[in-house]
Structure formats: structure tokens, C-alpha cells
Design a protein around this ligand. Structure first.
Ligand code: HEM
Ligand SMILES: [Cu+2]
Length: 565
């Protein structure tokens, strides 16, 4: 409470904040959202650059990769490990939850800021510190951690088993700091959504994207505890001489796998839910309809969250768990595909009969459904323990989870970014460039990963540095497939310049975006563009459902079904 009061006081004090107060020590949720967004995107460039370096190595083993240099076996491992870690913890998390959550929650709830603005700022700075700590590991003796993003002991636990003893510990510390940052953020998000809504806004009037970010925050906070404890134990194994995970001294490496995946599977839903929410809102606006079966979607999301805590051992079918246990985890895994399939149908039902306009954000949102469906359907194969024993740790798994993470981290981000760009930066983006960027990303993405399903079924193992060392896996026609995937990646990366050019061009343009350019019906578009400190000229009163907010710019012709009966 004290926090809230002091913020209101500071609203008055800092009417004309200096550069430092405005951009560095800002407690304004919109500025913190941008800080998270830019940091996340910068880390995304680093993660993509790593993918470029190791995919070049896979296509042309032993070559001096342009702009990077030689990829030795140890460097390969570090790159793959940190690519995975960065993409999930330092890209998907900050962009989807922290950036969109910070930007949207107060605006969509019709309030002036987060409940704990200073905690919010602290969260960002701890997050930035964690990113810096992680990146320093590339410059220490031995290099960055190379024991995979899942950090299984014994490779990760003991100096004598690891090529990167110092890098491993820095990795654990960085991940721990990152978790703390998101714990602080999660507390803020949940409290704000529960306590700080505009007058008249019931829980059922909260737009689905806000709900999904809030539920994701709850999932994160509920799952991260055991892993934080596990990280502390791993750190002690590395540096203090304990043996929690060292079987030679009575420890149990499988314990780590349980701690990791008890967090790791819900974590997939932590990043998935915000992306699903963003997609839902974009689809509503551009099909001119409200979300189909809103309350059912909300209940489904809660149910998915609970179920996501019951599937973790599907990652451990080959770790020697009892086959009867494996059956149980097979069943829960197949069960969790039901609510996700339901959400896909909800999207299609929302589109059905709508007046659809294929803007750039809408193209991204539609492609989310198509690509995520491939990720989900291939997951059903892997969830069945019998099939997984054959496919485990092959490129089939790799292609499967990229078909879930790419829609989440990349498509979800671009859908949300291109949709809310006018509100965030006060300018419109160029639609033509936006569409070129869309097609230039989505076609090469499929060209990279569809062949990898094939390689996986053929038995190609993941995390292998040079397939010419494994003649049974490196037949000539398979090398051609690897080269095809790498070239597709180069094409995709080249098209990202179109995006950056579009951002800069739009941002520099002198033409101001209107307050509600898409004629959307959620509350954030009622605020002036870009929203000032404190967001709304006067706090709005809500008297309709989440997708029926009437606003000055509301286009009656577009929203016929929202008229009160
Ligand atoms: C930009 C396009 C991307 C490409 C071309 C790419 C490519 C790859 C490849 C080839 C590997 C496996 C290397 C090996 O096992 O030897 C890999 C691993 C991985 N990638 Fe990606 N990736 C991309 C984007 C992403 C995104 C967006 C995410 C998540 C949000 C992600 C998460 C991961 C994870 C978690 C791993 C596993 C790391 C490990 O084995 O420890 N990747 N990626
Ligand atoms: Cu899982």
C-alpha cells in the first residue's frame, strides 16, 4: 500500500523527468516494457547468431564461419547450450511475459501503473544483470557452459566431468538471477490484475491476453521454487564439494531431472499462454468478433495450467523410470493436448463468419495456429512412451519443440509487436514491409525444420558437432538436407533486416498514429497515443464485456454483433 501512495506522489514530482529518470530509472510500466522488449530482442539476435554459427558448422563441417570463426567441439556445445538457454529464458520470457505484460496489464485494466512500480524497476535491473552475467561466461577460462540447456548432472555437476567448470557455475548463477527477476515481476502482475482494475471491471471483463499472462505468472511462481533449490544444490556440487547429484558419492543425477522438468514443462506453458493470448486478441480485432466462448477459454486455461504440472516425466522415458510410471505420464501428456486442441478450435470459431482483414499482425496470428498445430501433433507421438524411446534425443524432438517455440517466441512476438506498435511508439508500421518480413520468415522457417523431422526419424541424434564423424548418419543425401536447412536459415536471417528497417523507418516517420488505428474494442486503445505518464486522461468506467468496450473511435458498422440486444 505504501508503495502505491508513494508512486502517486512521484507522479507529481517528476513531471519533466531528466533523461536518466525517464529512460534508466523509470518506474513507468510502459518504459519498463520497452526496456524488456529491447533487451529481449537484443538477446534474440545473439541467440539467432549462435544458431547461425552452429548450423553453418553442421552444413559445412570444419569451415571458418564468416563473422564467427572456427567452431570447435567445445564451442559447438557452448553455442547449442546457450542458444537454447537464451531463447527461452532471455527472449521468450522477457518479451512475452515481461514486455507485453508490463505494457498491456495496466492499459487493459484501465489503471495508471503497476501496483508496485519500484519492484517492477528492480525486476528489470536484476534481469539485465542476469543477462550480463550469462554473457560474461563466454570470456572466462574454459568458456561458456556446454552441458545443454537442461544441465543434466554429472556433466554439469563436477569440475572433473566438465570442460567448462567456471562457465557452468556462471550459467547457474545467471539463471538463478533471472528467476528472481521474474518472481518479482510475477508478484506485481498478479497483484495488479487482482487489485487495480478500472471501476466496473469484473474478473470476467479482463481481456484474455491479460488473463493468460497472469495465469502464466502464477504457473511460473508455482514451479520455479524446486528448481531454484535445485540450482543452489547444483552450485554447491560444483563449488562447495557436496554430492547431491553425484552417484559416486551417493547422490542421484535423476533427482535433478525431476527438479528440472517439474519446472521445465510448466515453463513451456509460461511462455505459451501469453503468446496464445496475444494471438487471440489479434484474431478478435481483425475478424471483427469477440472471442468465442470466453469463459470456457478461461476455464480451459486454468485447467491446462494445473495439468501442466502432471506431465514432466515424459522427458525421462529413457532415464530408467518404471514403465508403469511411464504409462501414467503418457496418459497425462495425451490429456493435455485436449485443451490445447480446444483452443485451436476456439480460434477457428472466432474467425468463422467474421469480417477478416489480413493485416500483418493478423497474418502472424493465423500462422501461429498453423505452425503450433504441427508442434502439438508431433508432440503426441513423443508423448507416447513407446515411440519416444526410439525418437528420444533425435532431430525429430528438435523439430517438434522448435515448432512449438518458434510460434511462441517469434510469431507471438511479431504478432503482438506489429499490433501494439502504434500504441507503444505512436507511429504506424509499413504494412507492405511487414508482409514481406512475414513471408520471408515463415517460409524459410518451415524449410529449416520440416527436413529436420525427416533427419530425426532417420535416426540423426541431436547435439552432435560433426556428422562426418558418424558415417552411418552422414550419408551424402543427408548432408544435402543439412545444407538446405542452413541455407534456409540464412534466408530467414536476411529477411529480419526488413523488420529492423521497418521499425526504424516507422519510428522516425513524422506522421502520428491515430488513437485506435485498428478500430479495436479493448481498453488500451481508449488511452491517448502514445499513452502519457498515468495512461488515461480520466480513468475509464467499464460497463461492457472484454471485447465490447465502446470508445470514441468505435466503428459501428464493424461491430454489429456487439450491440446490446
Ligand atoms: C531462429 C531459428 C532457429 C534455428 C535455426 C535453431 C536451430 C537449432 C538447432 C539446429 C539446435 C540443435 C543443435 C544440436 O542439437 O546440435 C537447436 C537447439 C535448441 N533450440 Fe533452437 N533454433 C532456432 C530458434 C529457437 C528458438 C526461437 C528457441 C526457443 C524459444 C529455440 C530453442 C532451442 C533449444 C531449447 C535448443 C536445445 C538446446 C540444447 O540441446 O541444450 N531455438 N536450435
Ligand atoms: Cu514436457
Amino acid at each position: 500500500m505504501a508503495e502505491t501512495i508513494s508512486t502517486h506522489a512521484s507522479h507529481d514530482e517528476h513531471h519533466d523527468p531528466s533523461f536518466i529518470w525517464k529512460y534508466v530509472f523509470s518506474t513507468d510500466h510502459k518504459m519498463i516494457a520497452k526496456q524488456y522488449m529491447f533487451t529481449g530482442m537484443a538477446m534474440g539476435l545473439i541467440g539467432a547468431f549462435m544458431a547461425y554459427a552452429f548450423r553453418m558448422q553442421l552444413a559445412f563441417p570444419g569451415m571458418d564461419v564468416p563473422l564467427f570463426g572456427l567452431v570447435t567441439p567445445a564451442v559447438y556445445n557452448s553455442l547449442v547450450t546457450n542458444h537454447g538457454t537464451i531463447m527461452i529464458f532471455w527472449v521468450a520470457m522477457p518479451v512475452l511475459i515481461a514486455a507485453f505484460g508490463n505494457f498491456l496489464i495496466p492499459l487493459m485494466l484501465g489503471c495508471d501503473d503497476m501496483v508496485f512500480p519500484r519492484l517492477n524497476m528492480l525486476s528489470y535491473w536484476i534481469f539485465l544483470l542476469s543477462a550480463v552475467v550469462l554473457l560474461t561466461s563466454f570470456f572466462v577460462p574454459g568458456g561458456a557452459f556446454g552441458g545443454a540447456w537442461t544441465a543434466y548432472p554429472p556433466l554439469s555437476a563436477k569440475a572433473e566431468y566438465s570442460l567448462t567448470p567456471l562457465g557452468s557455475s556462471i550459467w547457474v548463477v545467471a539463471v538463478g538471477l533471472e528467476f528472481i527477476a521474474f518472481l518479482l515481476g510475477g508478484i506485481n502482475f498478479v497483484t495488479t490484475a487482482m487489485n487495480s482494475r478500472a471501476p466496473g471491471m469484473r474478473l470476467y471483463d479482463i481481456p484474455i491476453v491479460v488473463w493468460m499472462i497472469v495465469i502464466a505468472s502464477i504457473l511460473f511462481m508455482a514451479s520455479v521454487g524446486p528448481l531454484l533449490a535445485g540450482a543452489a544444490m547444483l552450485f554447491m556440487d560444483q563449488q562447495v564439494g557436496t554430492a547431491f547429484f553425484d552417484p559416486n558419492k551417493g547422490g542421484d543425477p535423476i533427482l535433478w531431472q525431476h527438479l528440472f522438468w517439474f519446472f521445465g514443462h510448466p515453463e513451456v506453458y509460461v511462455v505459451l499462454l501469453p503468446a496464445l493470448g496475444i494471438t487471440a486478441d489479434v484474431i478478435c480485432t481483425f475478424s471483427r468478433k469477440k472471442l468465442f466462448a470466453y469463459r470456457t477459454v478461461l476455464m480451459t486455461t486454468f485447467a491446462t495450467g494445473v495439468l501442466s504440472f502432471t506431465v514432466w516425466a515424459h522427458h525421462q522415458f529413457v532415464a530408467g523410470i518404471d514403465p508403469r510410471m511411464a504409462n501414467i505420464f503418457t496418459i497425462t501428456t495425451l490429456l493435455i493436448s485436449v485443451p490445447i486442441a480446444e483452443l485451436c478450435f476456439v480460434y477457428i470459431a472466432t474467425l468463422y463468419g467474421g469480417s477478416i482483414s489480413l493485416t500483418t499482425p493478423m497474418l502472424w496470428a493465423l500462422s501461429f495456429i498453423a505452425t503450433f498445430l504441427i508442434g502439438g501433433v508431433t508432440g503426441i507421438f513423443l508423448g507416447a512412451s513407446g515411440a519416444d524411446i526410439y525418437m528420444h534425443d533425435t532431430y525429430f524432438v528438435l523439430a517438434h519443440f522448435h515448432y512449438t517455440f518458434y510460434p511462441i517466441a517469434i510469431i507471438g512476438t511479431f504478432a503482438g509487436f506489429t499490433y501494439w506498435f502504434p500504441k507503444m511508439f505512436g507511429k504506424m508500421m509499413d504494412e507492405r514491409l511487414g508482409k514481406i518480413h512475414f513471408w520471408g520468415s515463415i517460409i524459410p522457417f518451415n524449410a529449416i525444420f520440416i527436413p529436420l523431422f525427416y533427419l530425426g526419424v532417420a535416426g540423426q541424434h541431436r547435439r552432435i558437432f560433426d556428422f562426418s564423424n558418424y558415417p552411418e548418419l552422414a550419408t551424402p543425401e543427408m548432408q544435402a538436407i543439412r545444407i538446405f536447412a542452413t541455407v534456409s536459415l540464412l534466408v530467414m536471417l536476411a529477411f529480419q533486416f526488413v523488420f529492423f528497417y521497418n521499425c526504424i523507418k516507422s519510428w522516425m516517420s513524422t506522421e502520428k498514429a491515430p488513437d485506435n488505428p485498428w478500430k479495436a474494442n479493448t481498453l488500451e486503445w481508449v488511452a491517448p497515443t502514445p499513452p502519457p505518464h498515468g495512461n488515461f486522461k480520466e480513468l475509464p468506467t467499464v460497463y461492457r464485456g472484454p471485447y465490447e468496450f465502446s470508445h470514441p473511435d468505435r466503428d459501428e458498422d464493424y461491430w454489429p454483433q456487439n450491440e446490446p440486444a
